[in-house]
Design a protein around this ligand. Sequence first.
Ligand code: NAD
Length: 349
Amino acid sequence: MKHRLAMVGFGGMAGWHYDLIQRIDDLEVAGIWDIKEERRTYAEGKGIHVYKSEEDLMADPTVDIVLVATPNDVHKGVVIRAMEAGKNAVSEKPVTLCSADLAEMRAAAEKTGKFFTVHQNRRWDEDFLTVKNIMAEGKLGEIFRIESRVHGSRGIPGDWRQEKEHGGGMVLDWGVHLLDQALLLYPGVKLNTVYATLTNVTNQLVDDGFSADLGFENGVHVLVEVGTSNFVSLPRWYVLGADGTAVIQDFGRDGKMVCATGVNEGDVVPVITAAGLTKTMAPRREDTIRTEDLPWADSDIRDFYRNVMAVIEGKAESRIKLDEVARVMRLMEAIFESAEKKQVIKFEA
Ligand code: NAD
């Protein structure tokens, strides 16, 4: 079955969707609507059909999917209007600005019987899937801490992302990806506690970075950190187990795992530092550790839309469940609450 998708908002990310859809069978772009004339002109220049208005787009009977790729505060209204017009809706992340708004969107999906999902594309990130592989392999022994970071040094991009009313800030922008991944590390395990701090280095109106400690019921702590004033980046992932440590440097295939061989080290030779000595922090003897390649994962982001089409055709369940999206939204709210109160927040969900 062929599906036709129309885009509301044709900025940077919509362009990415457009290019992706060119490589997907049975899916085509019917056209776009953007409030900015320059973006409409740009789309026309690419030979893309431009609707006269959002209403014109929603009235096209050949369209069965509407992608909403506007600033974050606009998602809710367009998603609801799309479903009321009989379309299935795909919203860019973050789905909206708060749990109450998401509840309204879900109520509209219930009422109209239309499918509505969120483009949580970073579930397909190969670095994240590799961490899942590392956990499944078990070579690190019992994992007690995982650190997930993205670091840039240019502050927040100079547009609506700097303004609170549009849903700006890094918790909603990058946090929504990393927190979604963090919750998927331990499916079915309760998150008990959240402690977070925000940064305002380049922007006073919204957070330009944050650090959140997530305490899971199984005792594992996951640190999630987004920084935009980091001129030296820390690794994308750092996974600590009782028998080894894994590190992934960035979004590419640069990383390693170092595990204990089980060979007894005997007496540790202390390392002498300028102002003292230490056995605890002395490097390990080479035969007591081994370095291994990581179990790198492959993925195909086209599977996001293939799943959307399969759900619409009644052949599959959605890969992105709205309960999961709602949990991430509550977690982002807990992060803001923790940062404001300077307290650990009990999450229990
Ligand atoms: P952008 O500013 O480049 O594009 C947004 C476009 O929406 C603009 O062209 C603007 O004119 C248009 N617009 C605003 N209000 C509108 C309205 N009422 N109707 C129609 N058009 C409207 O922003 P972007 O970087 O493309 O981000 C868009 C969305 O995509 C955001 O929600 C963002 O969080 C998300 N995004 C997701 C990813 C990802 O990896 N999933 C990456 C980047 C951005």
